[in-house]
Design a binder for this molecule. Structure first.
Ligand SMILES: Cc1cc2nc3c(=O)[nH]c(=O)nc-3n(C[C@H](O)[C@H](O)[C@H](O)COP(=O)(O)OP(=O)(O)OC[C@H]3O[C@@H](n4cnc5c(N)ncnc54)[C@H](O)[C@@H]3O)c2cc1C
Length: 385
């Protein structure tokens, strides 16, 4: 049987695509290697842009997510500063007449909400089914399950949102290792965070504190060797080092939860489309978390792809002109998001005195030149188009 679309991977990006397509008169099939109802491994804080909220509102997911206790925390301001250098800036939602600049969302709560929304919309996800290979020909794409007894799925278009794109034939992936890891943990303070997120540039690399529920979600980048030492510290010593990095900008750290590390690399698929195949989300681009752009970019991939599929006559779904038009529609936002994140890692990830000075000038300019600040904040809120 020839489906219109097979979606491989119902993580946050694949699930968003499936929901965006569910009201269209299309035959979609969705599979995910996860077992039904299994919680995602570990949890992490995701910073969602205001634009991401608008997408979830249209898909009728936002209200359910916001109603989950502790799942969504509004970011009302962002404080950007550097250790050992001048210059800081504060972006505030009130300057843009918005309730929030963005939202910190629990990855696990978001996935559970999306899974429930798919079930409510009668989108049957084949949980526990991993794909082993995705290949396309001129007439259809074929998705081969890892289970040798399961049938090969064919579709006009295979949309791969499996987080890596490694099983797709004909799509090359460039990887650039940053030689850094992100250490994540929940950290608690002796006062209310007031919805303020902190981005701090240090000799180790950038650090972020995201306000989440009754604590902060910490993302601290550093070399793998340094991470091994920091993982081995006692809780008290860990909190003391953290406090030393934040100085007077954030004080009163009291408690830290489980610490985990993730390797950091930039991975970019070139191109993102092949014969009857498209990769999206982390399968198209996996970014350093410094700017919190990864999922936001993936969400816009899913929304634009759904629009391209719905707008195409059924016979044209997955054909070259449709895929080229989709790739063109995503090119500017994607390149700007990748370039901005990569640039931040370089400009803000090194600690040479000249770089520290340039950084100070950039932060000061951002703070005192209103049009620059507005343009920067708008890009953080809605993307780069
Ligand atoms: C430390 C850290 C902090 C981050 N912070 C932010 C942030 O603040 N803001 C932000 O926007 N982004 C952030 N990100 C990035 C964000 O987590 C990812 O961009 C996002 O999770 C990607 O979603 P995805 O659906 O593309 O892929 P994934 O989340 O990887 O989901 C892939 C899905 O595909 C399934 N799957 C995998 N292989 C197969 C297969 N072979 N067959 C079938 N199914 C399969 C999996 O079970 C899973 O459900 C962060 C990342 C890290 C590491």
């Amino acid at each position: 049987m020839l489906h219109d679309v097979v979606i491989v991977g119902a993580g946050p990006v694949g699930a968003t695509l499936a929901l965006a397509l569910c009201d269209a008169d299309l035959d979609e099939d969705v599979l995910d290697a996860r077992l039904a109802g299994a919680p995602t491994r570990g949890d992490r804080s995701l910073a969602l842009s205001h634009g991401a909220r608008l997408v979830f509102e249209r898909l009728r997911v936002w209200s359910a997510l916001a109603a989950t206790p502790g799942a969504v925390t509004p970011i009302t301001s962002i404080d950007v500063s550097q250790v050992g250098g001048f210059g800081m800036t504060r972006l505030a939602a009130s300057e843009h007449d918005l309730p929030a600049l963005g939202y910190v969302v629990s990855h696990r709560a978001l996935q559970a909400t999306l899974d429930a929304a798919l079930a409510r919309a009668n989108v049957a996800v084949r949980f526990g089914m991993a794909a082993k290979h995705v290949g396309g020909a001129s007439a259809y794409a074929a998705v081969t399950p890892a289970d040798a007894h399961a049938e090969v799925l064919t579709a006009r278009l295979a949309a791969v949102a499996d987080g890596s794109g490694a099983i797709v034939a004909g799509i090359r992936r460039e990887r650039r290792d940053y030689g850094q890891v992100a250490l994540t943990a929940k950290v608690f303070v002796d006062h209310a965070h007031g919805g303020c997120a902190h981005e701090r540039f240090t000799a180790d690399g950038p650090m972020a504190l995201l306000p989440e529920n009754d604590h902060y979600g910490l993302v601290w980048t550093m070399t793998p060797e340094r991470a091994e030492q920091v993982l081995a510290l006692s809780d008290d010593e860990f909190l003391r080092r953290l406090g030393a990095h934040f100085g007077t900008r954030v004080e009163g750290f009291t408690r830290v939860g489980e610490r985990r590390t993730f390797p950091l690399a930039l991975e970019v698929a070139r191109p993102t489309t092949g014969a009857r195949v498209v990769v999206l989300g982390n399968a198209a681009q996996a970014l350093h978390p410094v700017a919190g752009q990864g999922f936001n970019l993936g969400l816009r991939d899913a929304f634009e792809l759904a629009r391209a599929i719905i707008d195409a006559p059924r016979d044209s779904i997955g054909e070259r002109p449709m895929l080229d038009a989709y790739a063109r529609s995503r090119a500017a936002d994607r390149l700007a998001g990748i370039g901005f994140t990569h640039g931040l890692v370089h400009v803000f990830g090194t600690d040479a005195p000249f770089v520290r000075w340039t950084r100070g000038v950039a932060l000061t300019l951002l703070d005192v030149v209103p049009p620059v600040k507005r343009a920067f904040t708008r890009a953080m809120l809605f993307g780069w188009r």
